[in-house]
Design a protein around this ligand. Sequence first.
Ligand SMILES: NC(=O)c1ccc[n+]([C@@H]2O[C@H](COP(=O)([O-])OP(=O)(O)OC[C@H]3O[C@@H](n4cnc5c(N)ncnc54)[C@H](O)[C@@H]3O)[C@@H](O)[C@H]2O)c1
Ligand SMILES: O=C(O)[C@@H]1CCCCN1
Length: 312
Amino acid sequence: MAESPVLLNKHEVERLLSYDDLIPRLESVMGKFSKRDSSEMIQPVRSVVPIQQHSGFLGVMPAYLAAEGILCTKMVTFYQRPEGSSLPSTQATVLLFHPEHGHVTAIMDGEAITAKRTAAVSAISAKLFMPALSEVLCILGSGQQARSHYDVFTKVFKFKEVRVWSRRREMAHRFVNDLQGPVRVCSSVKEAVTGADVIVTATGASEPVLFGEWVKPGAHVAAVGACRPDWRELDDVLMRGAVVYVDSREGATAESGDIILSGAQVFAELGEVINGSFPAQREKTTIFKSLGMGIQDAVSAKLVLEKWNSKH
Ligand SMILES: NC(=O)c1ccc[n+]([C@@H]2O[C@H](COP(=O)([O-])OP(=O)(O)OC[C@H]3O[C@@H](n4cnc5c(N)ncnc54)[C@H](O)[C@@H]3O)[C@@H](O)[C@H]2O)c1
Ligand SMILES: O=C(O)[C@@H]1CCCCN1
């Protein structure tokens, strides 16, 4: 009989998953994904069930990585919460399976994985696309993703100034009070993004919050929110005037309102740049439109389990 699965809560996953381990694994898996070798990797676009009555969605994100021996699925719910709600907007669980025998080997919290792997992938995009001399980082939003992006961006890069904007100013102050380093709270998006070299959009917005006319030419935008085909974070001017990179072309075409509704062309996947098949146009204004991928969760969960196994 198969052994009982390892159960790991959010605190344990958080502790076991470091950006130093995660970033090279994500670079490698995204490069492989963009080669589209189905004998190596299978990851369909996620299935999403709308929960209309409660303004929410259930997403199922399976992935099989043959060479790495990883069979995984994440189940994630995400909601548009009313202002002031204390409930998290994104919650997730990740299951790892034994690829040969089919039983579940681990069940772990997916919130920490989602927060860290998304931010780590944005940091990979910034490493490739941000201006060579980047001094100012701006984060729009003050939730889970804003926090993980702050953590990894200030760990990997050295910015002279970090700014944050949140639609409720007191939430931006609360965000800053939890941090070690200095961060300037801005009262408008325009104030926050003017002159910024790197802009992270991590909001629950469904209408544009970031407008092209405010963005410095050559800046890099890591756009993490707006993951439904009718949701936007970025306006048409920005989308059409920038070089647009995505995590997966299929995911972006199915799920990104910023791409579908603006009619912007996707230039390349992040993995295609990692592979060297498309260039990083660092001197131009660039957008990395992130939707999230099952393969990112899969390598993250495997890493967590490896770490856990090495200590037990
Ligand atoms: N790309 C990915 O892989 C990925 C992964 C996880 C989450 N997300 C998306 O990232 C976004 C942020 O996720 P989170 O977990 O940090 O959520 P969160 O609820 O913790 O934070 C959301 C932030 O957005 C702000 N916000 C909500 N509605 C807004 C609006 N209409 N205009 C401006 N600001 C608004 C909130 O005030 C808060 O600061 C969500 O859209 C989520 O679906 C993307
Ligand atoms: O890839 C993910 O995990 C997220 C979940 C929430 C919606 C956007 N994508």
